[in-house]
Design a protein around this ligand. Structure first.
Ligand code: ZN
Length: 114
């Protein structure tokens, strides 16, 4: 399960940030995951609880923002959100488009302290 290694990564980065900020505890962690990142939100939540054990993040809430796939359609000259992330076609003109603007995100966005 690669979510577990991602969770350990998040915990490591957040623990370091907490130490640098002089915070003993972190109450919430905000992450952004794209529909194409290959990360399953539920699996990440589960893994996070394991990875956070015994760290300043032990009681932290993991807040996940799921980012849909957004591509640039050269026909419409616009960024469009794909209703189906597996079908790379513009929903308005049905032209295939592969220029991904959003959806690959896997980011630690913010940390909250109590
Ligand atoms: Zn289009």
């Amino acid at each position: 399960m690669h979510e577990l290694s991602i969770a350990y990564n998040i915990v490591n980065i957040a623990t370091k940030a907490a130490q640098e900020a002089g915070a003993e505890q972190i109450s919430a962690v905000h992450v952004r995951i794209g529909a194409l990142s290959g990360v399953v939100a539920d699996a990440l939540r589960f893994s996070f609880a394991i990875a956070a054990e015994g760290t300043p993040l032990a009681n932290a809430e993991l807040i996940i923002e799921e980012v849909p796939v957004v591509v640039f359609c050269p026909e419409c000259r616009a960024e469009v959100t794909l209703p189906n992330p597996r079908l790379f076609r513009c929903p308005s003109c049905h032209r295939p488009c592969g220029q991904i603007v959003h959806g690959r995100e896997l980011e630690l966005v913010a940390l909250e302290t109590p």
